[in-house]
Design a protein around this ligand. Structure first.
Ligand code: V0D
Length: 252
């Protein structure tokens, strides 16, 4: 008589979200404002990055509990190498710390780690942790926790174009026959689907070279809260707004 509710449906209803309206399958977040958060507290910038990592853990748990399929987080852009050396060094240790403190829980919670970005220029200790995280969670079938690490959107499109055309030339196909699908197959996010919702924290209202191709049809949500202060309530607010937009859109 009563339909059995899955834990995720229960969590959705308890949080005030509609279980009739769609939720985003794929959420992408530009985690901005760690440095500013630290500055406000007279702390070194790296304290903001570390506090930001705890929020990554919190949001991973929350997104997974709601049955979100993919959570993509912009952790390090190709531009971030221009920051002071000691800050870059600190950032590159975060995946190690993340791995050491969080992988058992991720495995337990069935979360699969994925990384998109240019891995070759990462320091060895960073790359090792990243690869171990991917390896140890590769059997997981719940949330995909996708880190954009040393990632740039234009570079990604350029690489995809080169690979797609090289393949066409090798197969003797006419370049004129290239389709969007041919390029998409070579994007680093291939198989994850496009983000339905993009969130950027800390008040900046731009894309900063993030997932340029994949965000073509996404809903954008900007919130003036520094990433270390971003909470479950803030994410819930974004999801309620997403459902509101989809209701208005559906009503047309
Ligand atoms: C700092 C706030 C997790 C934004 C979050 C190297 C900036 C904390 C990772 C991570 C960073 C990446 C890959 C992986 C496991 C963990 C991370 C960086 C920065 C840049 F496989 N947080 N995090 N990576 N921050």
């Amino acid at each position: 008589m009563f339909k059995k509710l899955f834990k995720q449906d229960e969590n959705i209803i308890n949080s005030g979200l509609s279980n009739e309206l769609p939720l985003p399958k794929h959420i992408a977040i530009i985690m901005d404002g760690n440095g500013r958060w630290a500055k406000k507290r007279f702390l070194p910038r790296v304290a903001g990055h570390r506090a930001g990592m705890d929020v990554v853990k919190k949001m991973t748990r929350y997104a997974n509990s709601l049955g979100i399929k993919v959570l993509t987080l912009y952790a390090f852009s190709t531009e971030n190498w221009k920051r002071p050396n000691d800050e870059v060094d600190f950032l590159m240790k975060l995946p190690v710390e993340f791995f050491d403190t969080f992988i058992p829980e991720l495995v337990e919670e069935n979360v699969r780690v994925n990384v998109m970005g240019y891995r070759d220029s990462l320091p060895k200790h960073t790359l090792d942790s990243v690869e171990r995280a991917i390896e140890q969670t590769k059997h997981c079938t719940g949330l995909v926790l996708n880190f954009a690490l040393n990632y740039g959107g234009r570079a990604e499109i350029l690489t995809a174009m080169k690979e797609a055309t090289a393949e066409f030339i090798k197969d003797g196909k006419e370049i004129d026959k290239l389709t969007e699908d041919d390029i998409e197959k070579h994007l680093m996010s291939y198989g994850l689907g496009d983000p339905d919702l993009l969130i950027r924290t800390s008040g900046e209202i731009r894309l900063s070279n993030f997932m340029l191709w994949q965000l073509a049809y996404s809903e954008f949500y900007f919130i003036d809260v520094h990433w270390p202060d971003f909470s479950e309530e803030n994410l819930l607010e974004a999801l309620l707004e997403y459902q509101n937009r989809s209701r208005r859109f559906g009503g047309l």
